[in-house]
Design a binder for this molecule. Structure first.
Ligand code: TYM
Length: 324
């Protein structure tokens, strides 16, 4: 059994990129020793509304439960309810360098064009490293966009171990075979993201008609062949999406739609996506009736997470030379 930790921000609505890039494996492979964290402290690194954050945190947990995370098996918790995350982040701040943080592409993207950027946004990957290292995670199931942050986490862990003695497990990022980087349906050179416009993002909480409309209007390329080719990024993305939701391979799908137009292909894709999301949406609607039950699950999750986190922190404090 591998110890696993992964996380997701409660900012913006969850979308099919989150589901295919990360959740599908969180749900499919869960056993005790797998930790899933709603990272609300990462969400405050950019301007936000506190009431909105609180509501989104519960809603995201509701989606994760609807997707199949079983709190009897794995541990689902909220980052701010386990204080050791920020404590370890501070300690790792004294191991990380300004240079390596300045190289993070997510920081460059998120800070671009902003007049004022918080120190928290710059330091974001160090808090992420703390999330992972606290649980001695061996594997971190993520989408491709998070690779650089997990590589930094490995560097920080190795540096800490070298300087202060063996303390942290070096984590390995893991990616899905398909769906590691779902692209926006309109801006086909950008990854689908909570922060891009709604037309290109397939939200889990869209209704079926909206999902269908977004897919039928997805940008396709010139020509009419349903083929995955470098000069057809729009169609290639839709083929990958189709493969990820059905388990068919891209060559099988190319064969199936050979000689047919984009219309048929997109219509069938919409059916397939709605088919996969239907049970999640239904379950989410049911669970949303009882938000208290969800916050109870999160509280219990935090208690379990804290048991592991405090053990790691005892060692860290000892290694760093703090008084008992
Ligand atoms: P976040 O909240 O942006 O996304 C959560 C997960 O969804 C994946 N993902 C995607 N996968 C495929 N295609 C896409 N278009 C797409 N968009 C998002 C992400 O790769 C991620 O796996 N920094 C992290 C949150 C985090 C974390 C952690 C992750 C904080 N601490 C510790 C792992 C371990 C983030 O912003 O993910």
């Amino acid at each position: 059994m591998h110890r696993v930790l992964s996380g997701i921000q409660p900012s913006g609505d969850p979308h099919i990129g989150n589901y295919l890039g990360a959740w599908l494996r969180w749900v499919g492979e869960q056993v005790p020793g797998h930790f899933f964290c709603i990272v609300d402290q990462h969400a405050i690194t950019v301007p936000y509304d506190p009431a909105d954050l609180r509501q989104r945190t519960v809603d995201l947990a509701t989606w994760l439960l609807a997707a199949g995370l079983d709190p009897e098996v794995c541990t689902l918790f909220v980052q701010s309810q386990v204080r050791e995350h920020t404590e370890l982040a501070w300690n790792l701040n004294c191991v990380a360098t300004m240079g390596e943080l300045a190289r993070m592409t997510q920081f460059k993207e998120k800070s671009e064009g902003r007049e004022s950027v918080s120190v928290g946004l710059f330091d974001y990957p160090v808090l992420q490293a703390a999330d992972i290292l606290l649980y001695q995670a061996e594997q971190v199931p993520i989408g491709a966009d998070q690779r650089q942050h997990v590589e930094l986490t490995r560097d920080l862990a190795a540096r800490f171990n070298h300087r202060f003695g063996d303390t942290f497990t070096l984590p390995q990022p893991t990616f899905p075979a398909v769906g590691a980087r779902v692209m926006d349906l309109q801006l086909v050179d950008k990854k689908m993201s909570k922060s891009l416009g709604p037309a290109g993002t397939l939200l889990l909480n869209d209704d079926e008609a909206t999902t269908r409309k977004k897919l039928l209007r997805a940008v396709t390329d010139s020509g009419s062949q349903v083929r995955a080719e470098p000069d057809k990024p729009g169609v290639t993305n839709l083929l990958d999406l189709f493969a990820a939701v059905t388990g068919a391979t891209v060559p099988e799908l190319e064969d199936r739609y050979s000689g047919k137009g984009y219309g048929d292909f997109k219509g069938d894709l919409a059916e397939a996506v709605n088919g996969v999301l239907r049970p999640l949406r239904e379950r989410h609607a049911e669970l949303s009736d009882d938000p208290e039950a969800v916050t109870d699950i999160l509280r219990l999750g935090a208690t379990r997470a804290r048991e592991v986190a405090t053990t790691t922190m005892q060692t860290v404090r000892e290694r760093l030379g703090f008084l008992r």
